[in-house]
Design a protein around this ligand. Sequence first.
Ligand code: ADP
Ligand code: MG
Length: 242
Amino acid sequence: GSFRMSHMSLENVTMKFGPFRALTDVSFHIDRGEILGVAGPNGAGKSTLMNVCTGGLRASEGKVIFDGKTITPFSRHVRCGLGIAQTFQVPTLLSSLTVGENLLAGALFGREARGAPPGISLDEILSLTKLGDLLEMEAARADLLTRKRIMLGAALATGPEMIFMDEPLGGLNAEEIADFLDVVRHVRDTLGITVVMVEHKTRALAEIADRILIINFGEFVMLDTPEIVLNDDHVVEIYLGK
Ligand code: ADP
Ligand code: MG
């Protein structure tokens, strides 16, 4: 059998907003070094799940465990210092600064959060994100794919062991999607970073993910290889709304 190393685990996580449960009793493991896709219909709780992992939200009940440590009450800043990074659905950049300054800001944030320099060099980030020729450009002038690469570069500059991305492919055409997936593959393959990608484009997820987690109405549905998950009758029903 195969031995798996859990990098992050959720144990019976519930997230309430007032009386509303956006997540109910969710448990699963994220393997070290895997690319995990997270899919589910609009409003299923994907972004909520991601924020419970990265510290944007504190779980109302249950535990989040990273590298064997319970991190449930920790802020985003503390989790960043432990090696957990995140990119957002809408590119959040320091628009009036240059591309290079955006990467530097990520590096400074990471250094401050961990109290030590992140173990990744600017050269590595530039070669991965192909931003080397654009360092002096104002971030506001970049096209959507480039803004996404800048946001990813800044997140990598914090020196993460694990990175969460919320719908990174939104607004990109087929060619740009292939381009971005290539970068994500390199992030995992060359840096060994664990990747969790929330994405409703299931065909793209099937291409890149080792496993896919499906959630619906805030509940765990299944977690398995893309082939098994996307051919599952219940999952097909969820997507076709039957
Ligand atoms: P997804 O990312 O899968 O589209 P979300 O995690 O954004 O779904 O939202 C899941 C559910 O939780 C939705 O019904 C949404 O309206 C609700 N929700 C998300 N954030 C909040 C919040 N801060 N306050 C109240 N309800 C929220
Ligand atoms: Mg969302």
